[in-house]
Design a protein. Structure first.
Ligand code: F3S
Length: 425
């Protein structure tokens, strides 16, 4: 029988475990202690923020868990944001979402909101006013958010699974392990770009491809990218991390000279040697680029963009591409974002352009988190590496991967139109 490692608990941890703070912190601490022992942590540490991924309704167990905590009077102890939910409360009736399912998804949303969490309903909490700071200890769920927090912001979080994330939020504590600790944040493998033109590196379409390749090569390890000749935008880094966390289990990456813990290549590796050096050639990237498309013809039922949730700047770019145009009547165009960004887009004047084009906004959820697509929608085009990676297996869709420009051009044409820009194939 395996012996459990010793876990040192503070007096306050012990008091929570004994029920002195009430039944909800007691339950949360009991789960947290069990999980900390499984992780091999020797102590817990204070966190100052949390992001909850258990908000998506995926069945009775998750709903029962949330409502049980809520009924016990659970309240979050630190500022806590909420991931996408299972329901677009404004638009779900326009889609194939069953009403019973919608009712339960709504109950799960309300349970988490009742715990005092901020109803952000987004998988991009790092693009809200709740963005964590460098060095901040946090407990975040949602793979793309985890990788962005660690890599781009230099905040510190492990990969928190559903159900454990809320235990951290209620107790304000997390296992002192993994990426919370400085010694575990150095790079493992070196991924060197070889012969990748700078003109390609500047394009948005490049980053989901690079991220997909990075995830395949790195698995759970921390990759360090070298020879990138440009400084990616926040949205490009978002797309890079989301794809890497999909095709692999990347929770952190470094880009030498770009990300905060990698001012130099040596610093990224904590002045140690990489365990492996892997070239990332244009040929390898092109193979990944092609592999993200599973559709074999130019048939198109709908376009979906906004994975991770579209930022205001991405909505602005989309509005520029859509101005004065209209989608083909046989196709649909879905933009997934959250209600805050929708409101900001309305104030900025972008929303009217999107609606005039024939866009449908899906708020606070996405096509993978809510059963909105009926069987008539089989051929999708997307600019998202994460949607392209998961949609064939999870939703049985045929996917074409392309740039945002190509997505808009295709929606206008009513069929897949490629080659408007960019990839040098
Ligand atoms: Fe967000 Fe859904 Fe993509 S949760 S990261 S839009 S799969």
């Amino acid at each position: 029988m395996l012996s459990k490692p010793d876990l040192r608990l503070t007096d306050k941890d012990q008091a929570m475990l004994a029920g002195e703070f009430g039944p909800a912190p007691q339950l949360a601490m009991r789960i947290l202690v069990q999980m900390a022992q499984i992780y091999g942590a020797q102590e817990l540490l204070d966190i100052s923020a949390a992001h909850i991924d258990s908000t998506i309704y995926i069945g009775e167990a998750g709903l029962e868990y949330a409502e049980r905590l809520a009924a016990l009077g659970a309240k979050v102890a630190v500022p806590t944001t909420l991931n996408v939910s299972g329901l677009d409360e404004e638009h779900w009736r326009e889609w194939a979402v069953p009403s019973d399912w919608a009712h339960k998804a709504h109950r799960q949303m309300m349970a988490y909101a009742s715990m005092g969490a901020i109803p952000t309903w987004t998988c991009a909490p790092y693009q809200t006013p709740m963005k964590p700071a460098f060095g901040q200890q946090i407990a975040w769920g949602e793979s793309n958010a985890i990788v962005y927090a660690n890599s781009v912001l230099g905040a510190r979080t492990e990969r928190y699974p559903d159900l454990l994330d809320i235990c951290c939020a209620i107790t304000g504590r997390a296992p002192a392990t993994g990426l919370h600790l400085e010694e575990n944040r150095g790079g493992d493998i070196l991924m060197e770009l070889v012969d990748v033109p700078a003109s390609l590196q500047e394009l948005d379409v490049f980053y989901p491809v690079l991220g997909t390749l990075m995830g395949k090569l790195a698995g759970e390890r921390i990759p360090v990218i070298a020879n990138l000749g440009v400084v990616p935008t926040d949205d490009q880094l978002k797309a890079l991390g989301a794809a890497a966390a999909s095709s692999g289990a990347v929770a952190m990456f470094h880009i030498a000279g770009v990300t905060p813990e990698a001012p130099t290549l040596a610093a990224a590796f904590h002045h140690k040697k990489p365990s492996q050096r892997i070239p990332a050639t244009l040929e390898m990237l092109t193979e990944v680029y092609r592999g993200l498309t599973t559709s074999r013809d130019d048939h198109l039922d709908f376009v979906a963009v906004g994975c991770p949730h579209f930022s205001l700047d991405e909505i602005r770019k989309l509005a520029e591409l859509m101005a004065g145009r209209r989608r083909h009547p046989d196709d649909r165009f879905i933009v997934t974002t959250n209600r805050r960004n929708r409101d900001l887009a309305r104030e900025a004047g972008y929303l009217d352009t999107l609606l005039a084009f024939g866009c449908q906004l899906t708020l606070d959820t996405c096509i993978l988190a809510t059963p909105m697509l009926d069987r008539s929608l089989r051929s999708m085009m997307t600019n998202s590496g994460k949607f392209a990676y998961y949609a064939p297996g999870m939703l049985d869709l045929r996917v074409t991967y392309g740039s945002l420009e190509e997505c808009v051009d295709s929606a206008v044409a009513g069929r897949v139109v490629k080659g408007g820009d960019v990839w040098p194939v």
